[in-house]
Design a protein around this ligand. Structure first.
Ligand SMILES: Nc1ncnc2c1ncn2[C@@H]1O[C@H](COP(=O)(O)OP(=O)(O)OP(=O)(O)O)[C@@H](O)[C@H]1O
Length: 263
């Protein structure tokens, strides 16, 4: 059992930005959410995180409607790193990562040893151990992004929701982060823009367009040249990598051919 969406819709300001989308990840798998700007990826992540409620359909955690799950239980199970996550307080990296432990604290405090261990592990996994004492305002954009991921990891969630987790990272850190996410025994749903990274690391993909799910399946099933032309309106050649057995996408500078009669 995992976090699932059943036919969820979200009317946001009079427009359906998520329109009847279902998502049923296998426990432990990494799901890539794809789609052009404005297709509803962040909105779906907000619904799955319980930050917003769907106007139709239901998000479930272990088959229970999310609003009926006790707040603390949901906060322990689900960690979300949303877009533009920021912190105004000027804390050190270690303090910010330790905020991920808050859902584990009871009325009489928590297990200090377990907290310290989880924070140290999250810092190490995200390559931030040497930066633990540094203040937030002295970090680069990519380092800040890794701090947010580390905070989510320190929470030791079962379900991890990531909205464009690699957008500020250099290529090494992009690869490191996605490799890490895949190795974690955690169900991860990540909105991604880079189709090659999605193909390389995700177990399955869900493609959104105008709020609707237009394709779902393994990267090889989903990432065809036709689908890329239809959804992103770009021309691409798709091959299967010898070393990876996964699709590799090479884009061309041309616009895809349009059907006769279309503008
Ligand atoms: N606060 C809001 N109120 C009303 N509509 C919104 C709001 N935020 C976003 N939208 C609209 O919802 C739609 C989906 O946006 P969303 O951010 O979910 O897309 P996305 O796929 O994550 O896009 P991107 O790749 O650009 O991050 C867009 O058309 C957007 O204009």
């Amino acid at each position: 059992m995992t976090l699932q969406a059943r036919e969820v819709s979200w009317d946001r300001g009079g427009r359906l930005v998520v329109d009847g989308v279902s998502l049923r990840p296998e426990p432990g798998e990494t799901v890539g959410l794809l789609g052009p700007n404005g297709s509803g990826k962040s909105s779906l992540i907000r619904l799955l995180a319980g930050i917003a409620r769907p106007t139709a359909g239901v998000v479930t955690l272990d088959a229970r409607a999310l609003p009926t799950v006790p707040r603390r239980e949901a906060a322990r199970a689900i960690a979300a790193v949303t877009q533009h996550a920021d912190t105004t307080a000027d804390l050190t990296v270690r303090h910010i990562v330790a905020l991920g432990r808050i859902p584990h604290r009871g009325a009489f405090g928590g297990d200090r040893g377990a907290d310290d261990e989880a924070v140290a592990e999250a810092l190490a996994r995200t390559g931030l151990t040497a930066k633990a004492g540094q203040f937030w305002h002295r970090l680069s954009g990519g380092e800040r992004q890794r701090v947010h991921i580390a905070r989510a990891l320190a929470q030791r969630p079962r379900e991890l929701l990531l909205d464009e987790p690699t957008n500020h990272l250099d290529i090494r850190h992009q690869l490191d982060l996605l490799r890490l996410v895949c190795e974690l025994p955690v169900t991860t749903i990540a909105a991604l823009h880079d189709l090659n990274l999605a193909a390389m690391f995700c177990d399955s993909l869900l493609v959104l367009k105008d709020g609707r799910a237009v394709a779902a399946g393994t990267p090889a099933e989903v990432l065809t040249a036709d689908l890329i032309a239809e959804v992103y309106e770009v021309e691409a050649a798709v091959s299967i990598g010898d070393a990876t057995g996964r699709p590799q996408i090479a884009f061309t500078p041309h616009r895809p051919a349009v059907a006769p009669g279309q503008p």
